[in-house]
Design a protein around this ligand. Structure first.
Ligand code: PHB
Length: 390
């Protein structure tokens, strides 16, 4: 006999956990499954920038207090190119801000909030497939860590299971999605050192892009553009500092021991289908963005806010309108974020085939942004995030 729940959520990342949290506040029960262990989930290193709307949702719904006490409010970023830095002032242009608060901290807060609320949250349980997507009782077939098969029947199944989504198969079959790969990646490091700058620096240099970000007063996060095939052990610490330093002329980086290295591939993807019957995709299962605009998790949060309203109407008021409209409504923001991430990426990175014309055009584009009130305002508006329900 299958177990029963109202909403079966596959994936205990930020999207799945936040959805269970928001549904609980509407009185809607859910079960959350994830194939990973809690430790694996909490230690996955991801981006660190939260849009203002994301912070407001986390705070107002009591999913996280620490986002405001531990997270750092940033009212601007710097774009550096052609030997000069240009501050984009979010407060001045759009009266908004972002928060530097790493995604794994958001996850810890969400897990703590869900466990405290008695959420049915199962780690080490791998969803294998979803059956009966077109019926009003879709079913998840999963395996626990002892190899036992379980079946969960729900009113709605949500795939919040990341870019290698299993649920996507039930939603879109082989229909795939819109896809773009980029000819570069980011080499990311975490190091023990004081901050080299008060705000993030996005630097377009003749040697390629670099981003100087932070984590805390003691730990810093930095990235530089590299070939996608680069091995994380390809460089000594000294070489890594030399590369980073050469890409932010004008700033002397504060160096310290590097204790984590990773290579992040750049992909833009939007699934052709986000819903089939009572099975729906959110977050990275439905779309991925390159990390340049820090939109990944923020977009997942926006999907979840829309889906919560849609599930409330469907399951409590028997009104299917918002649920039917969910993919089209979500796609409006998804494509704006896709464009912003693509635009920031192309404006800031050195294309392998770039010639002198391409380089100078890029500098012209950057100047058009930083020397225009409208340009700075567009960047600020997109970076700090559009209203959540739009
Ligand atoms: C990060 O701190 O990890 C980070 C910040 C901004 C980005 C991407 C990543 O655009």
């Amino acid at each position: 006999m299958p177990e029963r729940t109202r909403v079966a959520i596959i994936g205990a990342g930020p999207a799945g956990l936040l959805l269970s949290h928001l549904l609980d506040q509407r009185g809607i029960a859910s079960v959350v499954l994830d194939s990973r262990t809690l430790e694996e989930i909490e230690t996955t290193i991801r981006a660190g920038i939260l849009e203002q709307g994301t912070v407001e949702i986390l705070h107002e719904t009591k999913a996280s207090d620490r986002v405001l006490t531990v997270g750092q409010r940033h009212e601007g970023i710097e774009l550096r190119f052609d030997g000069e830095g240009h501050r984009i002032d979010f407060a001045d242009t759009v009266g908004r801000a972002v928060w530097l608060y790493p995604q794994h901290e958001v996850l810890k807060d969400l897990v703590a909030a869900r466990l405290a609320a008695g959420q049915d949250l199962r780690f080490g349980v791998r969803a294998e497939r979803v059956e009966d997507a077109d019926s009003i009782r879709p079913r998840v077939i999963a395996k626990d860590s002892d190899g036992n098969t379980l079946q969960i029947q729900a009113d709605v199944v949500v795939g919040a299971d990341g870019s290698r989504s299993v649920v996507r198969e039930a939603v879109s079959g082989t229909s795939g999605g819109h896809f773009r790969e980029y000819p570069f990646a980011w080499f990311g490091i975490l190091c023990e050192a004081p901050p080299s700058a008060q705000e993030l620096i996005y630097s377009n240099s003749p040697n390629g892009f670099a981003l100087i970000s932070q984590r805390s007063p003691e730990v810093q996060r930095m990235y530089f553009q590299c070939d996608p095939e680069t091995d994380t052990e390809a460089y000594t610490e000294g070489q890594l500092w030399e590369i980073l330093q050469s890409r932010v002329p004008g700033t002397t980086l504060k160096e310290g021991p590097i204790f984590q290295r990773d290579v992040l591939r750049f992909r833009s993807f939007v699934a052709h289908e986000m819903r089939r019957g009572r099975v729906v995709l959110v977050g990275d299962a439905a779309h991925t963005v390159p990390p340049t605009g820090a939109k990944g998790m923020n977009l997942a949060v926006a999907d979840v806010v829309l889906l919560t309203d849609a599930l409330h109407a469907l399951l409590l008021d028997n009104d299917e309108t918002l649920f039917d409209a969910f993919p089209d409504t979500a796609r409006r923001r998804i494509w704006k974020a896709q464009h912003f991430s693509w635009w920031m990426t192309n404006m800031l990175h050195l294309q392998p085939e770039a010639n002198g014309f391409d380089r100078m055009r890029q500098i012209g584009e950057l100047r058009s942004v930083v020397e225009s009130t409208a340009g700075r305002a567009y960047l600020s508006e997109a970076y700090t995030g559009w209203p959540l329900r739009c």
